[in-house]
Write a new protein. Structure first.
Length: 260
């Protein structure tokens, strides 16, 4: 399969990067903005997302670049958040493009027939999915750009990087990536809070408050018929100082739970 053939078979994809350390609630609001553009949104927490635009382009009667600009204007005006948007014929091209957009934000669209030529001059470690160790191995063999990687026979790349990883890298360097955007929302969260009426350093008071939070959280989850996957204890001190202690619970299907 050639790059052009793969491009024609793969729907147009938008990859969105939000600012680092974006509060979860704001990230959820960005996902809601994306859902206004297309019903097919895949959350990539903590700060990225994928959007399938094939149906959205017909519905809105415009092109991907324009939808990216609409998203950026809405995110800035409604949330005060700028985003970096990459648009391309595949997840790999779109995600690579969004990473090339300088901060704080902007839109970069790569047309399907131009994907291979656009990828070629980029450093090999700029290709989405190429990790530092893989890039180091490729550099050792003189493969410094995506174009050079695309020119190497796939069998050779497989010997350098390993079977599956090598085949994937060889395909993506040619702009071939058949992965679909799979709709996925963020898991629901549950939050319980305790605020002391006055400053306290009494350990017994703190333990009693924590026990009360645990009971309330358990009741809330049982009422929702949910199971927790992770727990974060957040303490806020006078002067707005914060201390957080995250923890991952034994693997079970359920939700991410926050105790604040």
């Amino acid at each position: 399969m050639t790059t052009d053939q793969a491009s024609r078979r793969v729907s147009t994809v938008m990859h969105v990067r939000c600012p680092d350390r974006l509060p979860e609630e704001t990230y959820r609001q960005v996902l809601e903005l994306l859902a206004e553009l297309s019903p097919v949104v895949q959350a990539l927490p903590p700060s990225a997302a994928l959007v399938e635009l094939k149906g959205a382009l017909r519905y809105h009667g415009t092109d991907g670049r324009h939808l990216g600009e609409i998203l950026r204007v809405r995110a800035l005006s409604r949330l005060g958040v700028d985003v970096r948007v990459g648009i391309g014929p595949s997840i790999t091209v779109a995600a690579t493009a969004s990473a090339q957009v300088p901060q704080p934000g902007g839109v970069l669209a790569v047309e399907p027939g131009e994907a291979g030529a656009w990828l070629a001059p980029l450093p090999v470690d700029a290709l989405q999915g190429i990790g530092p160790r893989q890039a180091e191995t490729l550099h050792d063999y003189g493969i410094h750009s995506v174009g050079l990687l695309a020119a190497v026979p796939p069998a050779t790349v497989q010997r350098l990087l390993g079977g599956r990883a090598g085949r994937t890298a060889a395909d993506r360097a040619r702009g071939i990536d058949p992965r679909p955007v799979v709709p996925r929302d963020l898991p629901s969260t549950a939050t319980v809070r305790w605020r002391f009426a006055r400053h306290t350093l009494d350990g017994a008071d703190a333990r009693a408050a924590l026990l009360d939070l645990v009971v309330r959280l358990g009741q809330l989850l049982r009422g929702r018929d949910q199971a927790a996957r992770a727990l974060t204890l957040t303490l806020t001190f006078a002067g707005d100082g914060r201390w957080e202690k995250p923890g991952v619970l034994p693997s079970r299907p359920g939700t991410t739970t926050t105790c604040a």
